[in-house]
Design a protein around this ligand. Structure first.
Ligand SMILES: *Cc1c(COP(=O)(O)O)cnc(C)c1O
Length: 359
């Protein structure tokens, strides 16, 4: 089989989605499955839908187009504030988008009117992580004005924490969001249908909170795809962490000294990482590199150690394992997954889920 490749176990993606959907449902929280780390592969999105997510979200127009062409029955959300230059495509490919800028709302409305439709917006509020979002005061003001745009419907409000600065979405942040819902509903004169509390980093809170307040939706990517929460990268109970594996092929296996020799300059990617140890090792080269994956986010096979990487190689201490031509399987963290899925040099192969094949 071709290498390098990412093996995708769709049954595990489906299982992870279903487990989270079932854990959150009693709390009144629905799940939007975020597909961006899988480049919105229709089979992965389909596994999420089989698992019970009520919507799909992605950050890129190209991926939203793939979802649109997949013909999914669930609503599709752009989870990044639209580019002013892409509003027509946003309205064409998505039912809903996350927003913070009046100029963008104005253009979205015009695009929706031109396409004889109405586009739903979720206004994002800044609660301290310092990525997207308007201030609480600005939010009330903006919410009150959405009704004046003929092409728009105010579907709800949302926030995003943890991704930029690591700010924890805890009870106090979520209480703040719930309080804002009441103020926004007063200002706009109708109830909100979506209160989007955040991403996979919200799970620790959502699964243990006594009272989730008005939060009724989470946008989950990493937890579904990799089975971990992003705050401490702890494995979520009952979830698979190996729905995605990177497979690479060994192209050189040689006994070599542990330490390089000669005068020392920089390596291809800046100052070289010093190597530990003395003596010789069985060194292996795998034909996959920084251009394809984040080597720091790879988990090598048991009994082997990653000692370095360049554009086209991952270098391992193989111990007693592997010979030339063998395939090695690596676990992936979020960073490694995103890059591997995005590299045109990495093939993607899918094992279908039990309840249906690919679409
Ligand atoms: C990527 C993204 C998500 C999903 O984040 P995960 O940590 O993968 O669950 C949710 N919301 C927004 C705004 C995003 O950009």
């Amino acid at each position: 089989m071709t290498a390098p490749r990412v093996d995708i176990d769709l049954a595990k993606v489906e299982h992870n989605a279903r487990t989270l959907v079932e854990q959150l449902a009693p709390k009144g929280i629905r799940v939007t499955g975020v597909t961006k780390a899988a480049l919105a592969a229709p089979s992965v999105a389909n596994a999420m839908v089989r698992g019970g997510v009520v919507g799909l979200g992605d950050a890129r127009i190209e991926n939203l187009t793939r979802l649109k062409e997949g013909g999914f029955a669930v609503p599709i959300t752009l989870v990044r504030s639209p580019m002013l230059s892409q509003v027509e495509m946003v309205v064409r490919t998505s039912d809903t988008s996350l927003n913070t800028e009046p100029a963008v709302l104005d253009a979205l409305s015009a695009a929706a009117v031109a396409q004889r439709t109405r586009h739903a917006v979720i206004l994002m509020v800044e609660l301290g992580d310092l990525r997207e979002g308007v201030s609480a005061e600005h939010l009330i003001h903006l919410a009150a004005s959405v009704g004046r745009w003929p092409g728009l419907v105010l579907a709800g409000i949302g926030t995003n924490l943890a991704c930029q600065s690591g700010i924890v979405p805890d009870q106090s942040k979520m209480d703040e969001l719930s309080r804002l819902v009441e103020q926004v509903e007063l200002a706009c004169g109708h109830p909100l249908t979506i209160v989007s509390g955040g991403n996979s980093a919200n799970l620790e809170w959502a699964l243990t909170a006594e009272d989730v307040g008005r939060v009724d939706e989470l946008r989950l990517g990493e937890a579904i795809l990799l089975g971990v929460e992003p705050l401490h990268r702890r494995v979520l109970q009952g979830l698979h962490t190996d729905a995605f594996t990177l497979v690479g092929e060994l192209i050189e296996v040689q006994h070599k000294p542990t330490q390089p020799w000669g005068a020392l300059g920089q390596s291809a990617f800046g100052p070289p990482q010093p190597r530990a140890g003395t003596g010789t090792i069985r060194q292996g080269l795998v034909a996959v590199g920084r251009q394809d994956v984040d080597p720091d986010g790879l988990v090598p096979p048991d009994g082997t150690t990653i000692i370095g990487a360049s554009s086209d190689h991952v270098v391992l201490d193989l111990g007693g394992h592997g010979s030339v031509g063998d395939e090695l399987r690596f676990g992936l963290n979020y960073s490694a997954l995103v890059r591997a899925m995005t590299s045109p040099f990495v093939a993607k192969t899918e094992r279908p889920g039990p309840s249906g094949g690919m679409r």
